[in-house]
Design a protein around this ligand. Structure first.
Ligand code: BES
Ligand code: MN
Ligand code: ZN
Length: 493
């Protein structure tokens, strides 16, 4: 989809011919002297338009505007959140009409708040996304071009560019997460990562079973051994800053399908376990966005990818495996496989001497119970890192919530036959999973995002959300600002 940003006041927006015009009107709206503003003033006065979020008035070829279909929509306090709700409401109305809109002008009646343009762009994209890859007669998205009109385009140029790049990343993440497991094998994911290396500053390396065995990633190999599909360990580099600058490492869980293994899952909704590589997809998405924005930072992406299958060769409950770190693990439940592939990827991350490592995983059903689909679970022993990720989530409207990591939670992971078990009891399952991972993160500041509840929607509108690409991108770009601020401070000293 194509986005552009234009300087347009209300009179200017009204003068644009086209199929559809959506006007976001916040509650503090002060109408100007032009005819279109006068129309809005009249509608407000008559009570036919309210500026409460999502309240709207749909018009057809009004004399005061050139567009065929015009939707005036209340945007409440004009905050990013209210703008998201307002745009959703307006697009819902437009979608109910025929023919489908191909070109849209989305206009802010007043100068937008920080974050509002990004919210608008991402909401339009989210709303119009259509998955087509495995349909024989695919009708793609109808909306092809969106112009965002604001009074002063120069004021939101950077925000707009970030939003457009985020959309590209979010849609790549959606695409790979949505693909069925037979169209998104570890080998396919590796090919998708290699394709990203076509962007300047991005390079990619893919390790197979032989290399992974050499690295002694015994936990990762144990999960993969029950599958006919060979494992892949994907290493992506984005180098936008001098080599000396320590990278941030993103680690994405890439289970292309999770049957549970010998501890097999029930049949109902098992199809949704094709989304168990959503963490991996979010890493691919972030790299796509970085390739577009080219910020002055260094980022490494690590994706351990395999299937979790039951088989004659599959790992069995009670088996003890040796991780890359040397710690032995009793695999008490083969369905707790995510932590087994992640722990070896976390050990691998040490070699980059990272400034921070963030892993992203559809790790536990317990996290879905704890936080639902609204906020991802955020775990980190570092207050600073946790705060930065939390803030990034708020700014990007891709929310997360910090969970505890008290040592007492690790109690249940004790094993009589290995250094650690891979599961504790049912209580606090999202936290005990994080405690397991924490054992492999002593060498760097670390955070873990459990996206089991946020990476996809179930039900009639089943599909990937592309989260948390927005959060991660915002977090990484903040890193760039910090780098620049640090440099300034050092120069002054
Ligand atoms: N991929 C699942 C987690 C999951 C479950 C994500 C439901 C989204 C919805 C993970 O591999 C898993 O099976 N976790 C187990 C852990 C348990 C065996 C300790 C779980 O959550 O049941
Ligand atoms: Mn599992
Ligand atoms: Zn899983």
């Amino acid at each position: 989809m194509n986005f552009d940003l234009k300087s347009l006041d209300l009179a200017g927006a009204a003068a644009q011919p086209g199929e559809a015009l959506v006007v976001l009107v916040p509650s503090g709206f002060r109408p100007g002297q032009d005819a279109f503003s006068a129309l809005i003033r009249q509608a407000l006065k008559a009570g036919d338009l309210e500026l409460k979020t999502g309240k709207l008035l749909a018009l057809y070829r009004p004399a005061q505007a050139k567009a065929a279909r015009v939707v005036l929509v209340g945007a409440g306090d004009g905050s990013p959140r209210q703008v998201r709700l307002a745009v959703n409401a307006a697009l819902g109305t437009l979608r109910s009409g025929t023919p489908a809109v191909k070109k849209l002008l989305l206009s802010f009646a007043q100068a937008p708040q920080a974050g509002a343009v990004r919210a608008a762009v991402q909401t339009v994209a989210d709303n119009s996304y259509v998955y087509t890859t495995t349909k024989s007669k695919a009708e793609g998205r109808s909306l092809a071009r969106v112009t965002v009109g604001v009074p002063q385009a120069a004021d939101c140029k950077d925000e707009f560019a970030q939003a457009a790049a985020a959309v590209a990343g979010i849609e790549l993440a959606k695409e790979w997460a949505n693909r069925p497991a037979n169209h998104a094998t570890p080998t396919d994911l590796a090919a998708a990562a290699r394709a990203l290396a076509r962007h300047a500053k991005i390079s990619c390396q893919v390790l197979g079973p032989r290399e992974v065995a050499k690295l002694k990633m015994g936990a990762f190999m144990a999960v993969a051994q029950g599958s006919e599909q060979p494992l892949r360990f994907i290493v992506l580099h984005y180098q936008g800053a001098p080599k000396a600058q320590a990278p941030t490492v993103l680690v994405g869980k890439g289970i292309s399908f999770d049957t549970g293994g010998i501890s097999i899952k029930p049949a109902a909704e098992m199809d949704e376990m094709k989304f168990d590589m959503s963490g991996a997809a979010s890493v691919l998405g972030v790299f796509r966005s970085l390739g577009e924005l080219k910020p002055a930072i260094n980022v490494v992406g690590l994706i351990p990818s395999c299937e979790n299958m039951p088989d004659g060769r599959a790992v069995k409950p009670g088996d003890v495996v040796t991780s890359m770190s040397g710690q032995t693990i009793e695999v008490l439940n083969t369905d707790a496989e995510g932590r087994l592939i992640l722990c070896d990827a976390l050990s691998y991350a040490e070699r980059f001497k990272p400034q921070a490592v963030v892993d992203i995983a559809t790790l536990t059903g317990a996290c879905v119970i704890a936080l639902g689909a609204v906020r991802s679970g955020l775990f980190s022993p570092s207050d600073e890192l946790a705060q930065r990720l939390h803030q990034a989530g708020e700014a990007a409207q891709d929310l997360c919530w910090r969970m505890p990591l008290d040592e007492e939670y690790a109690e249940g992971l004790k094993s009589n036959f290995a250094d650690v078990g891979n599961v504790a009891g049912r209580a606090g399952g999202a936290i005990t999973a994080a405690k397991f991972l924490q054992r492999f993160t002593e060498k760097f500041p670390w955070a873990h995002l459990d996206i089991a509840g946020t990476a996809w929607k179930s039900g009639a509108s089943k599909g990937a959300t592309g989260r948390p690409v927005g959060l991660l991108l915002e977090f990484l770009l903040g890193q760039q600002a910090r780098g620049a601020a640090g440099k300034r401070a050092r120069r002054k000293a």
